[in-house]
Structures are given as C-alpha cells and as structure tokens.
Design a protein around this ligand. Structure first.
Ligand code: COA
Length: 173
C-alpha cells in the first residue's frame, strides 16, 4: 500500500466531506470542515489528506485555538479535529500516519502544543495526556480523560491553565 499524506487542494473538498461522513456515520464533521474553511484562521497547510493509489482515504485538520486564563492571558495553540479514516481502510496505520505527519507540520508552522478532544485510549499512543495536568479545561463539559494535550516543545503548556476557546463553528457539532 503506497500511502501519501499531503495538504488539501480545492479539488479534494468533496472527497474530504465523504471521508468524514463515512468515518463518523453522520454529516456533522464533514460540515464542520466545510464551515471552518470559510473562517479566516483556517490553515490549508494543516488540512491534510491521506491518499492511497490516488484515492483519499483519510483526513485530519488542525485549527488554531486559544487557551484563556481567568486573568485574561491568552496562549495560542492548535486543536486536532476531526480525524477520519474510511471504514474499510481503518486499523492499517493510516490514522497514526496522519497524526504523526500533522504534528510535524504544526511544529514547522510554529505551534508548540496541540489540544484534542477524543478517544482516551487512542491519543496517548502519540504522547497526548489529559489536560488536567496543566489545569486546561474544555468548554464542552467533556469527560476529563477525553480532553488531552501534547507539548511539541517541552514545557510549552506550563503555567497556561485556563479554558480553551473554540471558534463558534465547533459549537454547532
Ligand atoms: C479513530 C480513527 C481515525 C483511527 O484511524 P485508523 O487508521 O484506524 O488508526 P490506526 O490504524 O493508525 O490505529 C492505530 C491503533 O489505534 C487503535 N484504535 C483505532 N481506533 C481506536 C479507538 N476508537 N479507540 C481505541 N483504539 C483505537 C487501533 O486498533 C490501532 O491499534 P493497534 O496498532 O494496536 O492495532 C478511525 O478509526 C476513524 O476514522 N474512526 C471514526 C471517526 C473517529 O472516531 N475519529 C476520531 C475522533 S477522536
């Protein structure tokens, strides 16, 4: 299997929506990506597809967010979501490859940490830990073990406790 991870092109948009629809079994995440693309903060270089033999089989998006402390300080970070792999291509390492390549791209673009709300058994494989370690809270009231973060640079999240502020597009999901 020849797997290539690359940034999206406009011609990929329909296939990206389809991958999300199939992976999640509902249209919300595909729609979220379409809505976020219209947000000026969207970073096309961090909207990545996994291609096998020219077919798009996986997708990952990183979107800039802020951690806001109670005293009004703000820390720039980036959220990982959604991550999707076509059902018939799952459990072959494609999700892992998207995460690893995505984390490298985030670091290259200057991000020092990543936040994710997701499967607590999956993301620790890549070094993610529950955000309560840093006093970082989610605005959705998710289970604490599902809200995780990773420092791309050691110590990046030290002293940054607060609430993660997501763009409003996420609040519709
Ligand atoms: C989650 C998802 C992206 C993983 O993609 P994938 O290509 O199947 O992942 P990988 O093949 O890289 O899996 C790596 C490991 O994680 C495990 N894993 C996959 N999904 C998992 C889950 N939901 N919970 C726990 N472990 C999981 C795999 O079993 C595999 O373990 P192994 O290497 O010991 O066999 C894919 O299952 C998917 O699209 N799911 C539906 C959408 C979704 O839930 N997205 C994530 C939202 S947080």
């Amino acid at each position: 299997m020849f797997l290539k991870v690359r940034s999206e092109n406009p011609s990929d948009y329909p296939a990206i929506t389809e991958v999300n629809n199939l992976a999640f079994g509902q249209p919300a995440e595909g729609k979220l990506v379409e809505n976020l693309r219209k947000n000026p903060k969207f970073v096309p270089e961090l909207s990545l597809v996994a291609e096998v033999d020219g077919k798009i089989v996986g997708y990952i998006l990183f979107f800039p967010v802020k951690i806001k402390s109670g005293t009004g300080e703000e820390k720039e970070t980036i959220s990982l979501a959604p991550l999707a792999v076509r059902p018939e291509f799952q459990k072959q390492g494609i999700g892992s490859e998207l995460i690893k390549e995505g984390l490298k791209a985030c670091l290259q673009l200057g991000y020092d940490s990543v936040i994710v709300l997701g499967h607590p058994e999956y993301y620790p494989n890549f070094g993610f830990e529950p955000t309560e370690k840093w006093g970082i809270k989610d605005p959705f009231g998710a289970p604490t073990e599902a809200f995780m973060a990773l420092e791309l640079k050691e110590g990046a999240l030290e002293g940054t406790g607060g609430v993660v502020e997501y763009p409003e597009e996420f609040l519709d999901v």
